[in-house]
Design a protein around this ligand. Structure first.
Ligand code: 13P
Length: 342
């Protein structure tokens, strides 16, 4: 029986010096990541991989929650333990991605809408029974010539708000994720402008849907220039733009903001997180909810081979620990060298 409340789940997810492991890659995404390393994406390999991640010794010391994909929440380890139970035993709160990916937004060239509201109420009830205590829905906003449009931002904000309201109805904590994509050659100033506008629209939609802001988390990216601009701003510049954007658009009643990594390098993401988290006196707690920036070194070390499990777990453990230190603002670059496998 679950005795958790939204408040206890949020307290657990935002525990000091911890963050969230996003391991909720959909079938096409995990297939792409595996393929780059020559790993076949079949049920057995996906289970072996996620099991190795979640079994990493001491993971719960720096990971507070893990976001699962539909297939994973139903899987058992090779020893027969349901994945959510394995996580709970590590002191990690199980969560679930409930969106069903993106599709073209009709009549809006190059823009996307996230799908998955059909049957969502029923799916949420099932996930709750399977042990999920929080949920996630990702919307994507692309920057380019003439985009994002207000139409795209409004459509996605509306879907995020309905998802959040339904998740709260089902007794789970929604992680509301509008991601501003890094693709393109835009400046950091343009990213800040778009992120500020999009976050304001999302919080307007959430209020209209009577979402309890105290019982949700925001997940979004750091404010960064487009990948193709080839600009590499220093962590202080990223921190300044990111925090200015949040102060202008995220209500103080939101308990926490968790960062996606969005394609940044693993070390770069940790450095920037560390600088952002040194800021004092913010109304929200800040932490990480990284996918690639936590997993990439581990997946590369694993390569689909049983003999590499220990090396992969060591790589994940190191990234988790260092990001845990970054949340406290006490990460230092020299710590990267402590373990050669990262
Ligand atoms: P990345 O950190 O790889 O961007 O993934 C986080 C996530 O959950 C995206 O929805």
């Amino acid at each position: 029986m679950t005795t958790d409340t939204p408040e206890s789940t949020i307290r657990a997810l935002l525990a000091e010096g911890k963050g969230i492991l996003a391991a909720d890659e959909s079938f096409p995404t995990i297939e792409r990541r595996f393929k780059e390393l020559g790993i076949a994406s079949n049920e057995r390999n996906r289970r072996a991989y996620r099991q190795l991640l979640f079994k990493t010794r001491g993971l719960g010391e720096s990971i507070s929650g893990a976001i699962l994909f539909d297939e994973t929440i139903r899987q058992r380890t090779s020893g027969g333990v349901p994945m959510p139970e394995l996580l709970e035993a590590q002191g990690i709160v199980p969560g679930i991605k409930v969106d069903e990916g993106t599709a073209p937004l009709p009549a809006f060239d190059h823009e996307k809408i996230t799908q998955g509201t059909d049957g969502l109420r029923e799916r949420l009830a099932e996930y709750r029974k399977l042990g999920a205590r929080f949920t996630k829905w990702r919307a994507v906003i692309a920057i380019g010539e003439g985009i994002p449009t207000e139409g795209c931002i409004e459509a996605n904000a509306g879907a995020l708000a309905l998802f959040a309201a339904l998740s709260q109805e089902a007794g789970m904590v929604p992680i509301v994720e509008p991601e501003i994509l890094m693709d393109g050659d835009h400046s950091i100033a343009r990213c800040e402008e778009v992120a500020t506008f999009a976050l304001k629209a999302v919080f307007n939609a959430l209020s209209r849907r009577r979402v309890v802001l105290e019982n949700m988390l925001l997940k979004t990216g750091m404010v960064l220039p487009g990948e193709e601009s080839r600009k590499r701003p220093d962590p202080a510049t990223v921190a300044e733009a990111t925090l200015r954007c949040f102060r202008r658009s995220v209500p103080a009643s939101v308990p926490g903001i968790v960062f996606l990594s969005g394609g940044q390098g693993a070390i770069e993401a940790t450095q920037r997180l560390n600088t952002i988290c040194r800021e004092k006196g913010l109304p929200w707690k800040l932490t990480f909810s990284f996918g690639r920036a936590l997993q990439d070194p581990a997946m590369k070390a694993w390569k689909g081979s049983r003999g590499n499990v220990a090396a992969a777990q060591e790589a994940l453990g190191l990234r988790a620990r260092l990001n845990g230190l970054a949340v406290r603002g006490s990460y230092e670059g020299r710590m990267e060298k402590a373990k050669p496998s990262a």
